[in-house]
Design a binder for this molecule. Structure first.
Ligand SMILES: [Zn+2]
Length: 133
């Protein structure tokens, strides 16, 4: 029996529909590529993709306002305007979360560790996506 798990398939199909570009950048055009389990990945246009298992959320950078220092929500360092950015994450049809993150995400994730990433993922996921019947 070669029974594909339908649940998993529909989630990936949905992700592909919602974030076609990001999906392609992260997973490639081929079905069945290994999924990264947990991490933030830089994608096009300064965006970041948070991946946790088969869940994916897009972080879109916003134009900075004001001159205050920023507090990174992942590694909890205080950063200057040039070292961090405010990102918008669409978590439901009409709801967004705003997250401040270091722009040098690799070093930031290194400081935060897996536990920090899990906490961040816990704030974002699960997305309330517009499931279709
Ligand atoms: Zn950080």
């Amino acid at each position: 029996m070669n029974d594909p798990r339908p649940q998993e398939h529909s989630v990936r199909d949905l992700l592909r529909e919602l974030f076609p570009e990001t999906h392609r950048e992260l997973f490639g055009p081929h079905e069945g590529d290994a999924l990264p389990t947990l991490g933030l990945y830089p994608v096009a246009d300064g965006r970041l993709a948070l991946v946790h298992g088969d869940q994916l959320a897009e972080f879109t950078p916003l134009d900075p306002k004001g001159k205050n220092a920023l507090h990174c929500d992942l590694c909890h360092y205080t950063r200057s305007r040039s070292e961090a950015a405010l990102y918008r994450v669409v978590v439901a049809a009409r709801r967004s979360r705003y997250v401040t993150l270091c722009t040098a995400t690799e070093a930031c994730q290194g400081r935060a560790g897996r536990k920090g990433l899990e906490t961040l993922a816990g704030r974002i996921f699960p997305l309330e996506l517009p499931y279709t019947e």
